[in-house]
Design a protein around this ligand. Structure first.
Ligand code: ZN
Length: 322
C-alpha cells in the first residue's frame, strides 16, 4: 500500500470516531481540542489516554503506547499491520453495505408473504411501524447475487458475515431489523436458531437518538417487544438486545438523570426478572430512578400485546412498577 493510500485511509477514518465506536468515551477536555480518558489498551483506573483529534494521534501515559488510528487498531485487536488495515477498510465500508442490505431486505418483505404472516402472528401489522424500524425479510438465496452485482466482493461479504464461508446467504427465512452497525435476524422457522447477528458488537441501545430525549424510558430486551410497545403508542422505549447490557449501553442509560422502567421477559425460570432486578440495582447505584415492571408470568411485552393486552393495561403495569 502506498504512502498516499495510507494517508487517504487515515483521513477517511477519524481516530476519535473509531475510538467511540469501540466504546471509548472522553473523561475531560484539554486545550487545543485534545481529550483525556481511560485507556482502552490496558486496565486503566484514572484517565491516562490522551487523544488529539485534529492530529489523529493518541498517547497513553500509563502503558506508554501511542500512534495513529492504524496503530490503535493493531494494538486494540492485537493484529499485525496488514490485518489492521483490512479491519479498518472493512469498518469504513460496513455502513454503506448495511444500508444497501436493509434496503434490499425491506423490498423482499412485501414480496414474501411468509415474512408478513410471521409479523402478524406476533401481533405486528402497522405499516408505520414497519417503516419506522425498517423491518425486512431475508428469504435466503438472493442477497449474494444482488450485492455482487452491485460490485461488492465475495471476500468482503464473507468478512462482514452476510455470506457464509461456503457462499450462501447467512440470513435465511428471517425477519430482519437493521441496527446501527449490525443486523438482527429472527428465524421464522422453529428448526433454525432463533436469533442471528453479524459478528462484532451489537452496538448501543436501539434507536437511542430518539429515545434519549424522554425523562422516563421503558427498556425491553427484544426488538419484538420494542415493536409491540411502539405500535401501541409508546414512544419512550428502547431495547438492549438481550438482558445483558454492554458497557456502552449502560453508559447511555446513565447519561442523564432519568427514570428507567425495566420490562424484561417474565420467564418461568425467573431469569428475566433476576436480570431486571440486578440491572435496576446497578442503575440506582448510578443515581437513576429505576423500576422493574412485573408482567404476567410467561409473558414478554410482545406476547402481552399480541394476546390482547392494550396500552391502558400496560400503563397500569408501569404505574405499579417497583
Ligand atoms: Zn494504556
Amino acid at each position: 500500500m502506498s504512502r498516499q493510500a495510507l494517508d487517504d485511509l487515515k483521513r477517511q477514518i477519524s481516530l476519535r470516531e473509531y475510538l467511540q465506536a469501540h466504546d471509548w468515551k472522553p473523561a475531560r477536555q484539554l486545550s487545543r481540542g485534545r481529550l483525556m480518558g481511560l485507556c482502552p489498551l490496558h486496565q486503566d483506573h484514572q484517565p491516562s489516554f490522551l487523544v488529539d483529534p485534529p492530529k489523529g494521534l493518541f498517547y497513553c501515559y500509563g502503558c506508554g503506547r501511542g500512534g495513529d488510528v492504524i496503530r490503535f487498531a493493531e494494538l486494540y485487536h492485537q493484529v499485525k499491520f496488514p490485518e489492521a488495515l483490512a479491519l479498518l477498510h472493512q469498518w469504513r465500508g460496513l455502513p454503506p453495505l448495511l444500508h444497501e442490505v436493509a434496503r434490499f431486505y425491506g423490498m423482499q418483505l412485501h414480496r414474501h408473504s411468509e415474512g408478513v404472516a410471521y409479523l402478524e402472528q406476533r401481533g405486528l401489522r402497522s405499516p408505520e411501524l414497519i417503516e419506522h424500524m425498517r423491518i425486512g425479510y431475508a428469504p435466503g438465496g438472493c442477497l449474494r447475487g444482488w450485492l455482487t452485482q452491485l460490485g461488492y466482493s465475495l471476500s468482503f461479504l464473507r468478512q462482514a458475515g452476510l455470506i457464509t464461508t461456503v457462499g450462501y446467504d447467512a440470513y435465511k427465512h428471517r425477519v430482519v431489523f437493521p441496527l446501527e452497525s449490525n443486523l438482527y435476524g429472527r428465524s421464522i422457522s422453529a428448526s433454525a436458531p432463533p436469533h442471528r447477528f453479524l459478528p462484532g458488537s451489537k452496538g448501543g441501545l436501539y434507536a437511542w437518538e430518539h429515545a434519549r430525549r424522554f425523562p422516563e424510558l421503558i427498556l425491553v430486551e427484544g426488538l419484538f417487544d420494542y415493536a409491540a410497545l411502539w405500535q401501541a403508542g409508546f414512544r419512550n422505549v428502547t431495547c438492549s438486545l438481550g438482558t445483558h447490557l454492554n458497557a456502552r449501553q449502560f453508559r447511555q442509560l446513565c447519561d442523564s438523570a432519568r427514570t428507567v422502567y425495566v420490562a424484561f421477559d417474565a420467564d418461568w425460570n425467573v431469569s428475566g426478572q433476576n436480570a431486571a432486578q440486578s440491572l435496576a440495582c446497578r442503575l440506582r447505584e448510578h443515581g437513576l430512578n429505576a423500576r422493574t415492571i412485573l408482567l404476567p408470568e410467561g409473558h414478554d411485552p410482545n406476547s402481552f400485546f399480541a394476546q390482547g393486552g392494550d396500552a391502558r393495561q400496560f400503563q397500569s403495569l408501569l404505574e405499579a412498577a417497583q
